[in-house]
Structure formats: C-alpha cells, structure tokens
Design a binder for this molecule. Structure first.
Ligand code: AMP
Length: 287
C-alpha cells in the first residue's frame, strides 16, 4: 500500500493505473477509520481491481463553531487498517495541496443541499460537493462508494455526479452498526459512557417508526410524536430534526398512502456531539 500526499502524484498514478487497464474503486473518508469505512472498501473491491481511499478532513464542509479542529485523526492506525483490508493507495493530501490561498470555486447543489443537514449545517454540502468534485477529478475513479449512513450526502453526490457529467459511477453501501444498533461513526468517540448508552435510542426510535408503519399506521405526525417521546424519555439528547422523505427525491412525504418506501432520518445532539442516523421504512399499501 502506498501513501500519496500530492495531488499531482495521485493524478499520475491513477493515469498509469487506467492505462494498464485497472478498474479504480474510490472510497473517500475523513479517516479515523472504523468498520463502516472498511465496509465501503469491501464494496469497492467487489467492483474494481485497485482501491484508492482518501483520508482528508475537509475544512470547507465544517461551519464556524463545528468540530473541525477537534475532529479525531490517527493516520498511522488508519494506514494499518486500510492495508489489512486491501486498500492499494491512500490519498492523504494537506489543506494546502487541496485549497490554494485564493481558492474561490465551489459546487452548489440547489434545494436538497439546504434542507435537513443543510439547514442545521449551512454551507456543509457546498463543502462536501466541492471536495468530492475535486477528489473525483484528481483520482478519476471508475466507481466511488459512499455510505448510506450519510444518506443525504450520498443523494447529493449522486445528483452532482449525474448533473455535472462525472464519468464515475456512484455506489451506496449499507449502514454498519454496533451490536446495540448505534451506527458506527468517527464522532462516537466524543460520547461519554452515559451518552454512548443513551445514543442507542436513535436506532430504537427508527425501529419504532418501522414497526408503526408495518402495523399500518398512516399518520406520520403520530409516528414523529412517538419518536420524539421515546428519545426524550430515554435520553438527554436534543433533537435537531426527525424527517420522513421520499428516498428517490428527498422531498418530504406528506401522504404515506402514495408511497412504497419512506426514508426516516434524524439528527440528535448529545452534549456537543451531533449524531445522525436513518432507516428505510417499507410501506404496505393495499390496492
Ligand atoms: P466520514 O469519514 O465520516 O466522512 O465517512 C466516509 C464515508 O464512510 C462516507 O461515505 C460515510 O457515509 C461512510 N460511513 C461512515 N459511517 C458509516 C457506517 N456506519 N456505515 C456505512 N458507511 C459509513
């Protein structure tokens, strides 16, 4: 496994790989790797012959007062884990490599980038879309794998790749969870032992919504209310949002009867730590 720091070298290496007929699979991350990230590597390996992983904590996707400075970083541990799982190249650029002092070009995805995560983290998806566009142009992979954990991000990246004619095929890989249901996240290390226990209520509340929908509940406001009640009763978590969207459009679902699948999404803050999760709810509508 080789570590590459320079944009130019990364571009040259991927050019060489392509000319040799390799199929390049790409897994963009911010590092502090866990099994969620590594599952994306597994998915990439199935669809490609060489895997490039980027490890880059992208400053432009963090807002003022967010956790950019304290975001967990451990490149030497990441290298070990990535190598063990068969990553061929790690691209770990510096900020200066990625953004010149006069950098002034950004990718703006309209509408969907300004709701939910975009509403609570203004500018976040502008930073994400920009860095993903840059990374796709540097690595020029055949496929790139993103996690369903960040469902809105995956949707936005797919939309951007389609609308800006990127040649890369975007794949989305399922959420990896701890045994107690908590979705793996680099940010879980911020949680105190009590918050870590309480954070399992996120998945439980999503499973409650799933069970209610399966039982034929048609009133999304009622499901929303029950989820809020559960989260408030079982944790100190403060809810940013609980939302139900059409997974194909990310538009809010108003009428459950007109849809087969709903994506339930939530963001909850435990102290300073903001966690997100989501679950697809299958709707059985009688004809
Ligand atoms: P991050 O390092 O948090 O930016 O995540 C890098 C990629 O890994 C993103 O595409 C995430 O959606 C994905 N990812 C993070 N956590 C998980 C998880 N628990 N399961 C599946 N994918 C994940």
């Amino acid at each position: 496994m080789k570590i590459i720091k320079a944009v130019k070298e990364m571009g040259e290496i991927s050019g060489d790989l392509r000319s040799k007929g390799e199929k390049i699979g790409f897994v963009p991350t911010m590092g502090y790797l866990h099994e969620g990230h590594l599952s994306l590597v597994g998915a990439a390996k199935k669809e490609s012959s060489t895997v490039v992983m980027s490890i880059y904590v992208n400053p432009t996707q963090f807002g003022h007062g967010e956790d950019f400075d304290r975001y967990p970083r451990d490149l030497s541990h990441d290298k070990e884990m990535a190598q063990e799982r068969g990553v061929n190249f790690i691209f770990a650029p510096t900020d200066r490599e990625m953004y010149s002092e006069e950098h002034g070009t950004f990718v703006e995805v309209e509408k969907v980038a300004h709701i939910l995560e975009g509403e609570f983290r203004p500018g976040h998806f502008r930073g994400v879309a920009t860095v993903v566009a840059k990374l796709l142009n540097i690595v020029r992979p055949d496929i790139a794998v993103f996690g369903q954990k960040d469902a809105q991000q995956a949707f936005i990246v797919k939309k951007m790749a389609l609308e800006l004619n990127f040649a890369t095929k975007i794949l989305v890989s399922p959420i990896v969870r701890e045994r107690d249901g908590l979705a793996l996240s680099s940010r879980n290390v911020y949680l105190s032992p009590l918050q870590r226990k309480e954070a399992t209520v996120l998945y439980r509340s999503l499973k409650l919504a799933e069970a209610m929908v399966a039982d034929g509940e048609k009133d999304l406001a009622r499901i929303h209310e029950m989820m809020v009640k559960m989260i408030n009763a079982e944790s100190e978590g403060r809810i940013d949002y609980i939302a139900f969207v059409n997974p194909d459009t990310f538009e809010t679902v108003k009428e459950i009867r007109s849809i087969k699948e709903i994506l339930a999404l939530l963001a909850v803050r435990f102290g300073q730590t903001r966690l997100i999760d989501n679950l697809s709810l299958k709707v059985k509508n009688k004809k």
